[in-house]
Design a protein around this ligand. Structure first.
Ligand code: BES
Ligand code: MN
Ligand code: ZN
Length: 488
C-alpha cells in the first residue's frame, strides 16, 4: 500500500515525480509556482472549479517533474469530503502517470484544521488507489505510487499534520479491509473465512475473539442464525471481537449482518442481479474493517463487535414460509418469506448484546431493497430508539462522507409486523419495507440502539472519486468516527 507521509518543504523546492497543488476558484497559483502555472490560469484553461485538473510540465523552472493543478471549488464551501475526493483524483492521476513519488500541497483555507485536512487527504489517497483485481490473471499491478507526501503550509503545525495523516491512513486501511472482504466472492468468503479474518484482527491487536460454530450457535439459543444457516454446507458462524482499552465501563457494541450469499432461500430471488448478493455481508465486513482500524489506532474505548455470518440457501433442510421460530427472548416469529433473513440473525445479535449492558449498540446491514428505493445510493437509512444516538451516528456519517439519513420508526410500523400465528412476522408487506425491518429489530433492542440500512451504499455499480465498482467499505469509516467520538 502507498506510504502516506508529511514533508516540510516549499512547493517550488520539492522534488517529486508529480507535484499536485489545489487551487480555489478564482485564486492565483502559489507564488513559487506562478511561472509554471500562471499561463494555465490566465488563459482560463484552469479556473479552480471542483474536480478540474490540468497537468503541466514545468521543465527547468521546478525540481518536480510534473505539476498538477487541481480545482478545489469555492473556498467558502470547502469540506473534508471535497479534500478526500481531490486527494483521490491526484493519487489516481499519479498511477496513470506511473509517478512513484507524489507531493500534494495540503489545502488549508482560513479556519480549517491541518490535522483534519491531513487525515482527509490520506483517506482519499489510499481509498482512491483501491482496486480489487486479485482474480485478474493479467492484473494491472504496477504504476502504484510508493510515496504520497502531504506538504502543509509554512505556518501550519507539522506534528498535527503527521498525526492526521497517520489516523487517515489507518482508517482507510480499515475501509480497504472491509472492501476486500465484501468484494471476495462467496465461494471464498464463507462464514468460516470471516471468522479467520476476525481471528487475525484479534491476534494483531490483542482483542479477545469468540467464534461459535453450529453447535455453539444452537447452544446459545441463537435461533435466527441457526435456522437461516441450517441448509447450507458452509456452516454458520457467530463472531465476537472484544477490544477492551477503555475504562472497563459499559462498552459500545457494533453489529454487522454477514449473509455471505443471500439467494433468498426457499423464497428464492430472481436470477438477474443475484450475483450481487455476495455483498450481503457488507455490514459484517464494515464491522471487521472498523475493528481493524480501532486496533491500529489503539482507541481508548471498550468496543464489542458482533458478526452473525451465514449463507441463505434453499435445500431439503431449509426453513420454510409459515415456520415459526422462538427467539431466545421468548418472542415468536412467523416466517412469511425466507428472504427476510437478515433481521432474524440481527435479532440474535441484539439479544446476545444484552449481556454486555451496552452504552450503545449500532448495527449495520444490507437489509432491504426498500431502502434503496427510498434513498438510492447516496445515503444509508438511519433508524433507532434513541434520538441522541441517532444524531451522533448521523454526525459521524457527515464527517466521513458516509452519510446516514434518519427515517421514522412510528408505532404503526410495529403494528405492520404484528404476527397472525406468532408474536411477530418477518415481513411487513410492501409499504415502508425499510421501516418495518427497523421496527422488527427494535423489538429486540432494550438499550440505546441505532440501525443503518446500507443496502444502497455498501456496494455500487459505478464508483466515484474514491470508490470503485463493487464494495465501498461503507460504513466502516463512519463506525470508526463514531467510536473516536466515544473514546476517552
Ligand atoms: N439482502 C436483502 C436486501 C437487499 C436487497 C440488499 C437489494 C441489497 C440489495 C434482504 O435479505 C432481503 O432480501 N430483503 C427483502 C425483504 C422482504 C422480503 C421483506 C427485500 O428487501 O426485498
Ligand atoms: Mn434476503
Ligand atoms: Zn439479505
Amino acid at each position: 500500500m502507498v506510504r502516506i507521509g508529511v514533508k516540510r518543504a516549499t512547493p517550488e523546492r520539492v522534488e517529486a515525480d508529480l507535484l499536485a497543488v489545489g487551487i480555489f476558484s478564482g485564486d492565483d497559483p502559489p507564488e513559487g509556482l506562478s511561472t509554471a502555472a500562471q499561463p494555465a490560469v490566465s488563459s482560463e484553461d484552469f479556473t479552480g472549479k471542483q474536480g478540474q485538473a490540468s497537468l503541466l510540465y514545468a521543465g527547468e523552472s521546478l525540481p518536480a517533474r510534473r505539476l498538477l493543478l487541481v480545482g478545489l471549488g469555492e473556498s467558502s464551501s470547502f469540506t473534508p469530503e471535497k479534500l478526500r475526493r481531490t486527494a483521490a483524483t491526484v493519487a489516481r492521476r499519479a498511477r496513470t502517470l506511473k509517478a512513484r513519488n507524489v507531493a500534494f500541497v495540503l489545502p488549508t483555507p482560513e479556519g480549517s484544521d491541518v490535522r483534519g485536512a491531513a487525515r482527509a487527504a490520506a483517506e482519499g489517497a489510499v481509498l482512491g488507489l483501491y482496486r480489487f483485481d486479485r482474480y485478474k490473471t493479467e492484473n494491472s499491478q504496477g504504476g502504484e505510487p510508493e510515496n504520497f507526501d502531504l506538504i502543509p503550509g509554512v505556518s501550519e503545525d507539522e506534528a498535527a499534520a503527521s498525526a492526521g495523516a497517520e489516523v487517515g491512513a489507518k482508517v482507510a486501511a480499515g475501509s480497504v479491509l472491509a472492501r476486500d472482504l465484501a468484494n471476495e466472492p462467496s465461494n471464498t468468503a464463507t462464514p468460516e473465512y470471516l471468522a479467520d479474518r476476525a481471528r487475525e484482527i484479534g491476534e494483531r491487536h490483542g482483542m479477545a475473539v469468540t467464534v461459535l460454530d453450529r453447535a455453539g450457535i444452537e447452544g446459545e439459543g441463537l435461533t435466527g442464525l441457526a435456522t437461516v444457516g441450517r441448509s447450507a454446507s458452509n456452516e454458520p458462524r457467530f463472531i465476537v471481537l472484544e477490544h477492551r482499552k477503555g475504562g472497563g465501563g459499559a462498552p459500545v457494541v457494533i453489529v454487522g449482518k454477514a449473509v455471505t450469499f443471500d439467494s433468498g432461500g426457499i423464497s428464492i430471488k430472481p436470477t438477474t442481479g443475484m450475483e450481487d448478493m455476495k455483498f450481503d455481508m457488507g455490514g459484517g465486513a464494515a464491522v471487521l474493517g472498523a475493528m481493524e482500524a480501532v486496533g491500529a489506532l489503539d482507541l481508548p474505548i471498550d468496543v464489542v463487535a458482533i458478526v452473525p455470518a451465514t449463507e441463505n440457501l434453499p435445500g431439503g433442510a431449509a426453513f420454510k414460509p409459515g415456520d415459526v421460530l422462538t427467539m431466545s427472548s421468548g418472542k415468536t416469529v412467523e416466517i412469511l418469506t425466507t428472504d427476510a433473513e437478515g433481521r432474524l440473525i440481527l435479532a440474535d445479535a441484539l439479544l446476545y448484546a444484552r449481556r454486555y449492558e451496552p452504552a450503545a449498540v449500532v448495527d449495520c446491514a444490507t437489509l432491504t431493497g426498500a431502502c434503496v428505493v427510498a434513498l438510492g445510493n447516496h445515503a444509508s437509512g438511519l433508524m433507532g430508539n434513541d434520538e441522541d444516538l441517532v444524531a451522533e451516528v448521523q454526525t459521524a456519517g457527515e464527517a466521513t462522507g458516509e452519510r446516514g439519513w434518519p427515517l421514522p420508526l412510528f408505532e404503526e410500523y410495529t403494528e405492520q409486523i404484528k404476527g397472525d400465528t406468532a408474536d411477530l412476522k418477518n415481513s411487513g408487506g410492501r409499504g415502508g419495507g425499510a421501516l418495518t425491518a427497523g421496527a422488527f429489530l427494535k423489538e429486540f433492542a432494550d438499550f440505546p440502539w441505532a440501525h443503518l440500512d446500507i443496502a444502497g451504499t455498501a456496494y455500487g455499480k459505478k464508483g466515484n472519486a474514491y470508490t470503485t465498482r463493487g464494495a465501498t467499505g461503507v460504513p466502516a469509516r463512519l463506525l470508526v468516527e463514531f467510536l473516536i467520538g466515544r473514546s476517552a
